[in-house]
Design a binder for this molecule. Structure first.
Ligand SMILES: Nc1ncnc2c1ncn2[C@@H]1O[C@H](COP(=O)(O)OP(=O)(O)OP(=O)(O)O)[C@@H](O)[C@H]1O
Length: 264
């Protein structure tokens, strides 16, 4: 289970630019949950991910990852158990390394420090995994990753993240920079991997329909607060119109996220 307990985060404290992004913020994520996160501009979605991954530290409160208090743990340490994928499809892989070397880096991470090498059996395993992506990458183990398309790289990034067996997956608009066809492929793979490996996952998206269709729980954020937390049957019966109306009702204002509203 992942928990953020009573977290407060203030940027530029004590200056004219002081920005209290989170005040006594609480969130509990159950093991294996797949949560989509949507919200108005500046709601705090990326900052929530930054808090969980250790990119920013809370001014007060605790962050607990499967029973371990990681509040003070720096980002590079948390990265051993947290997999984060960004919008930029080039960010998750090393261009000047081959597919198999890239995959090996993540595979080793999954074995938490054990000395394992790249052998014939492991190459076969990588091929099997790549075959599943259905992009012909199983025959390109020796190619440099820099030769792949954006969609292929993001699918590979996803697969590599799965190989590292993360305790928490943070998907930060990971399909936003892909063309619609590749975005659908990567989302299909995401759903498959989350289910197959029971990955505890949070996914920020600006696409309201994706937020409704994917996952078991939906969080709507506004001004550093979770204003809607929808799951189960209620989520299954959601529509974009209902979601926008629910937001207006609880916040007494219109939902404003240009990208989200345009993607409807
Ligand atoms: N490093 C920082 N220094 C100062 N303020 C910051 C910093 N990072 C984020 N903020 C502020 O925190 C608030 C939340 O920003 P955040 O990027 O988390 O929003 P978001 O929900 O991801 O928005 P968007 O959908 O527009 O990307 C904003 O007011 C933003 O200006």
């Amino acid at each position: 289970m992942i928990a953020i307990e009573d977290a407060t985060l203030i940027f530029n404290a004590g200056t004219p630019n002081e920005n209290r992004v989170f005040e006594a913020f609480n969130l509990t994520v159950g093991k294996g949950e797949f949560i989509t996160v949507i919200g108005s501009n500046g709601a705090g979605k990326s900052t929530l991910f930054n808090l969980l991954s250790g990119t920013v530290m809370p001014d007060s409160g605790r962050i607990v990852l499967n029973g371990r208090d990681v509040t003070k743990e720096p980002e590079f340490k948390r990265a051993k158990t947290i997999g984060r994928i960004f919008q930029d499809p080039l960010a998750g892989t090393a261009s000047n390394m081959t597919l198999e070397d890239n995959m090996m880096v993540c595979f080793k991470k999954g074995f938490k420090g054990l000395r394992i090498g790249l052998n014939r059996k492991r190459r076969e395993f990588f091929k099997e995994q790549l075959k599943f992506l259905d992009m012909g990458l199983e025959d390109r183990l020796k190619d440099n990753v820099g030769l792949l398309s954006g969609g292929q790289r993001q699918a590979l990034t996803l697969l590599m993240m799965v190989l590292s067996r993360p305790e928490l997956v943070l998907l930060d608009e990971h399909t936003a920079a892909l063309d619609p066809r590749n975005a659908e492929i990567v989302l299909r793979l995401t759903t498959h991997f989350v289910k197959e490996y029971g990955l505890t996952t949070l996914m920020v998206t600006h696409n309201m329909q994706h937020a409704i269709d994917l996952g078991n729980r939906l969080l709507m954020m506004d001004s550093g607060e979770v204003v809607l937390d929808i799951r189960g049957e209620e989520k299954q019966h959601l529509t974009v119109e209902k979601l926008v109306a629910m937001f207006s009702k609880v916040r007494n204002k219109q939902f404003t996220n240009d990208e989200a509203l345009l993607s409807r």
